[in-house]
Design a protein around this ligand. Structure first.
Ligand SMILES: Nc1ncnc2c1ncn2[C@@H]1O[C@H](COP(=O)(O)OP(=O)(O)O)[C@@H](O)[C@H]1O
Ligand SMILES: [Mg+2]
Length: 238
């Protein structure tokens, strides 16, 4: 059974039909990537899953076969679906430590918090060194680490990552992707990874979906997608 399942997802922004019936699923323990160009509908998909956008009656979003569709965003978080938004959005005037604490507000098992904090500091030693620093003064890569750490403090069943590599120097992009892979391997965290950086995303994912103008146009095994001529031509520069 799929952990997260999306069926016939439509989203409208006024007259704009941004998602035109998306179907996708993520199984327990998987990294699945949703790749596509700018404006394809990746962020809209994650925002709909997170309860930040309204969806019509026929659209279904399920976690462990229970409907999340039309729950409010804070209830979606309480169910364990945690979204790291595009552009990180850390609380700039709070310290690293305070940002991490904020990430734990919705979790049920408060007893696991200390262990999770240790794990996050092991995953991102830089955050440990800088835990008293104001988040707004961190570099882009450090803010991405903090946004991911804050999400992990919520003890996610599914982590939704929106373009974690955006705007980062290549060496940091490598580091972020390595960490996503490590997180999945060490903790078994289930991840839906949205990326424009298709090649990197397909290297760490087990499966992928390609989205174009609100439609899934291709899907399958990540390795097969990364060698598919249509993917290579469109996203990998041939
Ligand atoms: N708040 C909004 N109002 C109107 N149109 C929007 C809004 N957000 C996104 N869109 C449109 O929806 C489409 C999908 O956008 P988005 O999901 O942000 O794409 P991606 O994340 O793949 O770049 C685009 O055509 C975009 O212009
Ligand atoms: Mg986007």
């Amino acid at each position: 059974m799929a952990l997260l399942e999306i069926q016939n997802l439509h989203v409208y922004y006024g007259q704009i039909h941004a998602l035109k019936g998306i179907d996708l699923h993520v199984d327990q323990g998987e990294i699945v990537t949703l790749i596509g160009g700018n404006g394809a509908g990746k962020t809209t998909t994650l925002r709909a899953i997170s309860g930040l956008l309204r969806t019509p009656e026929e659209s279904k979003i399920k976690l462990q076969n229970e409907e999340l569709t039309r729950l409010r965003a804070h209830h979606v978080v309480e169910r364990g679906v945690i979204h790291v938004p595009e552009g990180r959005r850390v609380f700039a005037r709070m310290s690293v430590q305070e940002n991490l604490t904020m990430g734990a507000y919705a979790r049920a098992d408060r007893s696991g918090m200390d262990g999770d904090l240790d794990f996050i500091f092991q995953l991102f030693p830089r955050l440990k060194e800088r835990r008293a620093q104001l988040a707004g003064t961190l570099s882009g890569g450090e803010q991405q680490m903090l946004a991911m750490g804050r999400a992990l403090m919520g003890n996610p069943k599914v982590l939704l990552l929106d373009e974690p590599s955006m705007g980062l120097a290549p060496v940091l992009v490598e580091a972020i992707f390595d960490t996503i892979e490590l997180l999945n391997k060490q903790r078994g965290t289930t991840i839906l990874l949205v990326e424009q950086n298709a090649l990197m995303a397909l290297q760490i994912a087990s499966r992928g979906y390609v989205i174009e103008t609100g439609h899934i146009v291709l899907s399958g095994d990540a390795r097969a997608l990364s060698t598919d001529p249509r993917v290579r031509e469109a996203y990998l520069g041939g």
